[in-house]
Design a protein around this ligand. Structure first.
Ligand code: GLN
Length: 285
């Protein structure tokens, strides 16, 4: 009698593109890459990481990636990458419209917007994919300039997609006790840029500030959400302190590929330390 062979399940795989790792990498931004890689791998999803730098071919098909990460940088570094970034605008816009998941932090967030005007008055052009504008604090009023620096916590304006998905599928008690019940984000900000969003149906702030400044000194809004782009001023590293956001990025990337995990698979990690760290960070002033 012939034995029934079980067909091995094809391993899920995600391709991650890290923009300018040598130039845009402030305050532990690389920890975000590790967090995505680890949380995916712990669930049996392989992550392949490619770096994009100033020498990478301009015709690189950014659309072929699942997740892109752009970290923060000092003004000097932003100037260094600006031209190269602009030269890739078409490929990036094509990928964004196709649903590429992007996490852009601080300087990276500013560069996806229309421009960043530095404290020296230099205007660094951005891609204009995000309808946001950034000016160094105090540029307009010509008053003494202030940096926006310190611990930052904020409440999500809308539930994450993974939260909607799991809330529908899981028993209330399981959901309530999981990391996914967190509707907050925590991290550390350090920027002079004040960002304003031209909000519309399609684009809006990611979260409402609880502690700290966020996008600017005025409207108590933090970050931006547009299509699958998450822009934020949260360094930290951001993702190890906000595992629900890591999983949101993976969730959206899998969705785009038509390969979702089950609710049980999402819930398979023990996040108790992460949850404690997140809660502790919420109380930091
Ligand atoms: N240079 C930008 C600013 O100061 C970005 C800083 C950062 O990425 N932390 O606003």
């Amino acid at each position: 009698m012939s034995q029934v062979q079980s067909i091995p399940k094809k391993k899920k795989r995600l391709r991650l593109l890290h923009f300018y790792p040598d130039l845009l990498n402030l305050y532990g931004d690389y920890g975000n890459i590790l967090a995505i890689q680890r949380r995916a791998e712990w669930r049996g999803i392989e992550v392949e990481i490619d770096n994009l730098d100033l020498n990478s071919p301009l015709d690189l098909n950014i659309k072929d990636y699942d997740i892109a990460f752009i970290g923060g940088g000092q003004d000097r570094q932003q100037v260094k990458v600006a031209d190269d970034f602009l030269a890739r605008k078409e490929k990036i816009a094509e990928a964004v419209n196709d649903g590429l998941v992007i996490l852009a932090i601080c300087g990276g967030y500013q560069l996806l917007g229309k421009y960043y005007e530095s404290s020296e008055g230099e205007q660094i052009p951005g891609l204009g994919i995000l309808d946001v504008e950034t000016q160094a604090q105090g540029r307009k009023s010509k008053e003494k300039q202030k940096r926006l620096i310190g611990n930052l916590s904020a409440k999500l304006k809308k539930p994450l997609k993974i939260q909607d998905y799991l809330q529908e599928k899981l028993d209330f008690i399981l959901y309530r006790d999981s990391i996914y019940a967190c509707d907050t984000l925590v991290g550390f900000e350090n920027h002079s840029g004040e960002t304003y969003i031209h909000a519309s149906e399609e684009i809006g702030a990611l979260a409402e500030v609880i502690q700290g400044n966020g996008n600017n000194l005025v409207d108590k809004q933090e970050g931006v959400l547009y299509k699958n782009i998450f822009g934020t001023y949260l360094h930290g590293s951001l993702l190890p302190k906000n595992p629900h956001l890591v999983d949101e990025l993976i969730f959206r990337a899998l969705d785009r590929r038509g390969e979702q995990l089950s609710a049980e698979e999402w819930l398979s990690l023990d996040d108790s330390f992460e949850l404690q760290a997140h809660k502790k960070a919420l109380s930091l002033r």
